[in-house]
Write a protein that binds this ligand. Structure first.
Ligand code: A2P
Length: 329
């Protein structure tokens, strides 16, 4: 098995290397690629040191899979070139997610959206992945009518430079700013870029990607994305209005039965999900399950996951594992 990793030197890239090692790919032919700036540098993988190559060289190697986490412009340019030589691309950027013919996949929910001929597969946005994993079993049972989402997103979702900014601000050192304001001891109601409708690109990803993954364009969705000075993962308060009446005990059971979900919901023992404890975990943690007493058929929940793991690297590598299984590779 030959696997290229485009963006191997980045923050998500480093977690992808770790997750590949954990999931039994230590013996694959590993091809780390990054921008021209990094060609010749070394990255570690499975106890060995591997030289970073250019994306052109990675394409020339005709890998079975290319996992991308190098930003949208690199994905737009290079993913079709990999596809051309027969490589299956799993792309962590937003470049391809909106195209109708490109599957947008959370394996526990819709791996069947991938057909044998597909060569570009989109990995959803980090906050979308953790939310839909918790919502899918509830949608299948009670049908979601409307979602009101507020997120509390880790700086790790913005990449290495954002982590450096927060660390430098904490230490009182000067640094390059990736956010328009100080992030330490602050919250920014601003994730991504502002769009014409007043929402941010990160908010619109939650709207559009959720509908696509759950195959239901009728779900009404509104979101506020907030960046918080946290490293461990993204948290989300989600208000879910169903079309059908639900039972709280059954909701809990459906969530407990969903692969990849851990229910942490014992308020009397102060047990609820938190990003500090979700860090480095592959699971999505759900708690604070309670009825919205202001209107019928409506549930409040709190969802937390490590955005670099299930929100990025783990989900992408799970897609690859499922395809290896399905395609008999
Ligand atoms: P490089 O380290 O050479 O800049 P992060 O999200 O942590 O900022 O990481 C982004 C990753 O994407 C890095 O590995 C970076 O490589 C890579 N990258 C950025 N632009 C390109 C490009 N045009 N072609 C290939 N890799 C790129």
């Amino acid at each position: 098995m030959k696997i290229a990793l485009v963006g191997a030197t980045g923050l998500v890239g480093s977690v992808m290397r770790k997750v590949l090692e954990e999931r039994g790919f230590c013996n694959c032919e590993f091809i780390p690629a990054a921008s021209e700036r990094s060609v010749g540098k070394e990255v570690s993988f499975a106890g060995r040191s591997c030289k970073v190559v250019s994306v052109a060289d990675a394409i020339a190697a005709r890998p079975d899979f290319a996992i991308f986490s190098a930003g949208s412009s690199a994905s737009l340019l290079y993913a079709p070139q990999f596809a051309e030589v027969g490589t299956t691309v799993i792309d962590n950027s937003s470049a391809w997610r909106g195209y109708e013919h490109i599957p947008l996949v959370v394996p526990e929910i819709n791996i069947d959206a991938v057909s044998p001929a597909d060569r570009i597969i989109a990995n959803p946005n980090c906050s979308t992945i953790q939310m839909v994993l918790a919502l899918a079993p509830l949608h299948w049972k009670y049908k979601i009518h409307r979602l009101v989402i507020s997120t509390y997103q880790s700086v790790t979702g913005t990449g290495m430079k954002a982590v450096t900014q927060l660390n430098a601000e904490r230490a009182g050192q000067p640094c390059e700013k990736v956010y328009p304001y100080v992030i330490d001891l602050n919250v920014l109601p601003h994730g991504g870029s502002f769009e014409a409708n007043g929402y941010t690109s990160e908010e619109m990803k939650l709207v559009n990607e959720t509908r696509k993954i759950l195959s239901d364009n009728k779900i009404m969705i509104t979101a506020t994305v907030v960046r918080v000075p946290v490293f461990g993962g993204h948290s989300e308060a989600v208000n879910v209005e169903f079309e059908n009446e639900y039972d709280l005990a059954e909701v809990r059971r459906l969530l407990e039965e969903m692969p990849g979900i851990i229910v942490q919901d014992t308020p009397e023992a102060n047990l609820y999900p938190m990003p500090r404890f979700a860090k480095d975990r592959d699971e999505v943690f759900v708690g604070r399950l309670r009825r919205d007493e202001s209107q019928p058929k409506t549930l409040n929940m709190w969802i937390v996951a490590d955005n670099l793991r299930k929100g990025a690297a783990t989900n992408a590598i799970q897609i690859m594992q499922k395809l290896i299984e399905k395609r008999g590779l």
